[in-house]
Design a binder for this molecule. Structure first.
Ligand code: AMP
Ligand code: MN
Ligand code: MN
Ligand code: MN
Length: 277
């Protein structure tokens, strides 16, 4: 049964809209049995979430979602079961957050220069309740000032390659991210693999490298996958001897189509990543 596991979620420590404790209460109320909090490049929400999970008797996994640059693209790795005190992991994430801080100001400068939008950095920061200012916060600000109807539209017109507010990523390498996760005692999972729009052969090239470098799992079931994607990824996981993970990628109640824990079961050919927990 995978119904109880939701191993990918966000809080206000990155670009989610619920505080870690609120997220945990919502997971508990919707019937999740075991939750991983996996904020982008930060561990700042884990202590609060873990304490609330312990209070409620909800299964809990310390996690993180690490931004990776690979072949001119950005990929996301989820680290599950990491030790949040591990020095090498903490240093690696601190470097990524330093890049994020610079990038956020640079997005603000470029939106002013190339789209005539003033004070976007300050506006985005006002939507961030944690320390990290990400593209989602810019999206919320641009919707607020009426430059777009919704978050998706902002990404399409302002925040992706070729658009005024795009700043190319300079994230961790695949090797570094897997190394930090493993050093911190965790399992590295390639997040939402269908989102990268890789050809079958490029995806299989990536999975070969990922496995070779010590990657443990593939997010077969994801809030952003179709049922077809789940089946395809289940076969890739089997071929590369990767464990299968499942996560909603929940960011808050504003995205009701991605409710916590409302995930299809893992296809039966999969070996769940939680099999040995
Ligand atoms: P960042 O890590 O700051 O570059 O932001 C990446 C985040 O932006 C993702 O984790 C999603 O939450 C969000 N995101 C990316 N693309 C889109 C999109 N097309 N529509 C809505 N949200 C998106
Ligand atoms: Mn996000
Ligand atoms: Mn992601
Ligand atoms: Mn995510």
């Amino acid at each position: 049964m995978s119904a109880g596991y939701d191993l990918h979620s966000h809080s206000i420590a990155s670009d989610g809209t619920l505080a870690p404790a609120e997220l945990v209460r919502r997971a508990h109320a919707t019937g999740v049995g075991c939750l991983a909090l996996t904020d982008h490049d930060t561990l700042a929400g884990l202590a609060e979430g873990r304490a609330e999970a312990q209070r409620l008797g909800l299964g809990w996994v310390d996690g993180v979602e690490i931004s990776v640059s690979w072949n001119q693209r950005t990929l996301h790795l989820v680290g599950l079961g990491i030790d949040p005190e591990h020095a090498e992991l903490r240093q690696g994430l601190a470097d990524l957050c330093a890049f994020r801080s610079w990038r956020a100001e640079e997005i603000g400068r470029r939106l002013k220069r190339d789209a005539g939008i003033a004070d976007a950095f300050v506006g985005a920061a006002s939507h961030a309740k944690g320390e990290l200012v990400g593209r989602t916060h810019f999206a919320h600000f641009l919707v607020q000032i009426g430059r777009a109807k919704g978050v998706r539209e902002v990404f399409k017109h302002f925040l992706v390659s070729g658009k005024p507010g795009h700043v190319p990523g300079d994230w961790a390498s695949l090797e570094q991210a897997i190394g930090w996760i493993k050093a911190a005692g965790g399992q590295a999972v390639l997040a939402h693999p269908a989102r990268y729009k890789l050809t079958r052969s490029k995806l299989r090239g990536l999975l070969g490298q990922f496995k070779e470098l010590g990657g443990a799992g593939l997010e077969v079931v994801s809030g952003s996958h179709s049922l077809d994607d789940c089946q395809t990824m289940a076969h890739h996981a089997r071929d590369f001897v990767l464990l299968a993970s499942a996560g909603s990628d929940y960011h808050g109640p504003e995205s009701p189509w991605l409710e916590l824990g409302r995930l299809p079961p893992l296809p039966s050919i999969c070996r769940p990543i939680w099999q040995d927990w």
